[in-house]
Write a protein that binds this ligand. Structure first.
Ligand SMILES: Nc1ncnc2c1ncn2[C@@H]1O[C@H](COP(=O)(O)OP(=O)(O)OP(=O)(O)O)[C@@H](O)[C@H]1O
Length: 406
């Protein structure tokens, strides 16, 4: 069969079949189109203003590396006038984050961007290796997600920047939509689909310029531009529910490539139906809008990305059961009072311990830290909570927050 020509330029040889729409493209057209689509996302959502300082949440992985590369290209090509920096959080995971941070350090040189690294150890007195040693692998993603959100805010505040962009892509958003649909959490679904998340008290705005970019296309882009990124998965436990949502979406994508974007768009439409006081996002509703699933249940990264084998085995099992058993269908009538799930609204306040924005008296990070510190052997607490000047980590954390909030 003769090689196909590019669907776009009709001249060069096609080397890519776009996962999004199956168009056959040459390398140059694919790169141009990918960048143009991110540019359109940025301009149609008015994400930036001229002269704005932006911190790129840089993990060294493919998504944030592509984000940094594309933002640098677009900033120069379209003269956005942005001042771009890289901001990395060192969760303290030996054999994973230390290696990926080396990639970010190289990216900082390659893209000529300043880099700030903020560590869980210095902020919280706990690295993720120590947390996992204490709590085990199960549930550790919750600690990591809650800590990371605050750490990104604190790192940005340290740089004097109030807009953090992250590499969350269309697949991540579709998973978040699916997970929150399955657990009936419309407020969180709504926050997860939003391209920008702002909270009432923190001045730090978050946005996802790659929100409509397919993960597969991000990998293709990184490959064809030969970007330097780190591809090892986090060594700690998978977030099982996200993994199941991912498997479901990947199965749908095989039958219908547009499924990912369709789910994202449906999520946006559903979000539009959620009243803003229930959604709990944005400055107007005075809520802490405590993030989407980035904070709620881990990083939403490679974690939990199951192959789908478990699902297939379960489907086979169910099919076998169906033929063996009689085909009875049980219809349950909901008990009175249980029909409608009560939707809680959130009220803005500051954590009494560290001053960070929270919907509770004590923020999630302090609650988790209290639990960790209570169970830490006494000698270890004394050593790790005292810094050279003798002030406690949380006290330092509070000082920083007061600076941030003032
Ligand atoms: N340690 C970190 N430091 C800074 N930003 C981070 C860190 N971890 C995650 N992020 C930000 O959050 C986004 C989503 O993170 P997630 O863990 O889901 O990783 P991912 O989908 O594998 O992305 P990546 O490929 O960039 O690692 C990343 O693209 C990045 O912008």
């Amino acid at each position: 069969m003769p090689p196909s020509t590019c669907y776009n330029c009709k001249a060069a040889r096609a080397v890519i079949i776009r996962p999004k729409n199956r168009h056959k493209l040459c390398r140059e057209c694919f790169i141009q189109i990918f960048e143009l689509e991110v540019h359109e996302t940025i301009t149609s959502a008015n994400l930036f203003f001229r002269g704005e300082r932006i911190a790129i949440g840089a993990s060294g992985g493919k998504d944030s590396t592509v984000l940094a590369a594309v933002l640098k290209t677009l900033n120069e090509r379209y003269d956005y006038g942005l001042d771009l920096s890289l901001l990395s959080i060192d969760e303290g995971i030996r054999g994973y984050r230390d290696d990926s941070l080396e990639t970010v350090k190289r990216n900082a040189v390659q893209y000529e961007m300043p880099l700030e690294i903020v560590g869980y150890g210095e902020l919280y007195g706990w690295t993720m290796d120590q947390v996992v040693e204490q709590v085990g692998k199960k549930g550790n993603c919750t600690y990591c997600g809650v800590f990371r959100r605050q750490a990104l805010d604190r790192g940005a505040a340290r740089l004097g920047i109030n807009h953090v962009v992250t590499g969350h892509n269309a697949d991540d958003v579709a998973e978040t939509v699916m997970m929150n649909l399955l657990r009936g959490d419309l407020p969180r679904l709504s926050r997860g689909t939003s391209i920008v998340t702002e909270s009432g008290a923190s001045d730090i705005k978050r946005s996802k310029p790659l929100k409509y970019a397919y993960e597969k296309e991000i990998v293709l882009y990184a490959h064809h531009r030969q970007l330097d990124y780190f591809s090892t998965e986090c060594i700690y436990s998978p977030e099982a529910f996200r993994g199941s949502a991912r498997t479901l979406i990947k199965d749908l994508e095989k039958i219908r490539p547009s499924s990912i974007l369709d789910i994202v768009k449906s999520g946006e439409d559903m979000a539009a139906l959620v009243p803003s006081q229930v959604r709990g996002a944005g400055k107007s509703c005075k809520s802490s809008a405590p993030a989407d699933d980035e904070a709620a249940g881990g990083c939403g990264s490679q974690n939990g990305r199951t192959s789908g084998g478990e699902m297939a085995a379960m489907e086979n099992q169910l099919a076998a059961n169906d033929t063996a058993e009689s085909r009875e269908t049980e219809i349950r009538i909901p008990r009175k009072g249980l029909e409608a799930k009560k939707i809680k609204t959130q009220t803005l306040q500051y954590c009494e311990q560290c001053g960070y924005i929270s919907s509770q008296r004590i923020c999630k990070a302090c609650t988790l830290l209290d639990g960790l510190n209570r169970n830490r052997p006494k000698a270890a607490i004394e050593i790790s909570l005292e810094d050279e000047e003798g002030s406690s980590t949380l006290a330092r954390q509070m000082e920083r927050t007061q600076l941030t909030n003032s």
